[in-house]
Design a protein around this ligand. Structure first.
Ligand SMILES: Cc1cc2nc3c(=O)[nH]c(=O)nc-3n(C[C@H](O)[C@H](O)[C@H](O)COP(=O)(O)O)c2cc1C
Length: 206
């Protein structure tokens, strides 16, 4: 590790209510777990009764630079615990409001898997809206909290993926996390890009 450029600290807030049945998210999670310096926080495992320890979660946020919500896409959003987490942890005076600057300058992103294909998330497709449009509440939450929102990393068409294809996505995700540890793309550099999947490319880093 370069002493002048310490690794960015990544916190993965993971939510899957039935991990034992997961094919895709399980693989992504295992890949992330092999990386030193990436904190994997499995919310359903830590809070099986959905009673979230707000102080503990806020402390974790304070200790990291990049927060990733990693989850299957459920009804165009997150599994329930991640909504509960947002409602409780992103408090006025902590995450937003005149004295709520704890998240200021950090980055936020979603890592999702969807049953729908990439083509389905399109004006002419089955779901009409793009994934990026459907994730607007997360982008605006980031804006409100003074965070920088990254485009999502997405695994589409999960039902049709072979084991090898899912393994390839997991390896790709691991590479992406390693690159993000080196530096998070500066606001503007990554623009309105739909997906983080195609990154890394030579982009200016913060
Ligand atoms: C309750 C529920 C809601 C879902 N909602 C969506 C959805 O809105 N859009 C979509 O493309 N897939 C949807 N799916 C499919 C899941 O996203 C897909 O099965 C999951 O990402 C696969 O990952 P896994 O193998 O880790 O479970 C839904 C599945 C369930 C069980």
């Amino acid at each position: 590790m370069d002493a002048d450029n310490p690794l960015r600290k990544i916190l993965i807030l993971f939510a899957h209510p039935a991990l034992e049945k997961s094919r895709v998210q399980y693989r992504l999670l295992q890949a992330a777990r092999t990386l030193e310096g990436v904190t994997v926080h499995d919310l359903y495992q830590v809070y099986p009764d959905l009673v979230i320890d707000i102080e503990r979660e806020q402390l974790l946020l304070n200790q990291h630079d990049l927060i990733l919500f990693q989850h299957p896409f459920y009804w165009y959003s997150t599994p329930a615990i991640l909504k509960e987490w947002q409602d409780l942890v992103l408090e006025y005076g902590f995450a937003y409001g005149s004295s709520g600057r704890a998240l200021y300058g950090k980055a936020l992103g979603n890592v999702i898997s969807t049953g729908g294909s990439r083509e389905a998330y399109h004006r002419e497709g089955h779901n009409y809206f793009t994934v990026r449009e459907l994730l607007a509440p997360f982008e605006q939450t980031a804006n409100l909290c003074g965070m920088h929102y990254l485009p999502p990393f997405v695994v589409h068409g999960t039902l049709r993926l072979s084991g090898e294809q899912m393994d390839a996505y997991a390896a790709r995700y691991r590479t992406l996390l390693q690159r993000l540890q080196q530096g998070i793309p500066v606001p503007g550099a990554i623009g309105r890009r739909q997906y983080l999947n195609e990154w890394p490319e030579p982009l200016p880093l913060a």
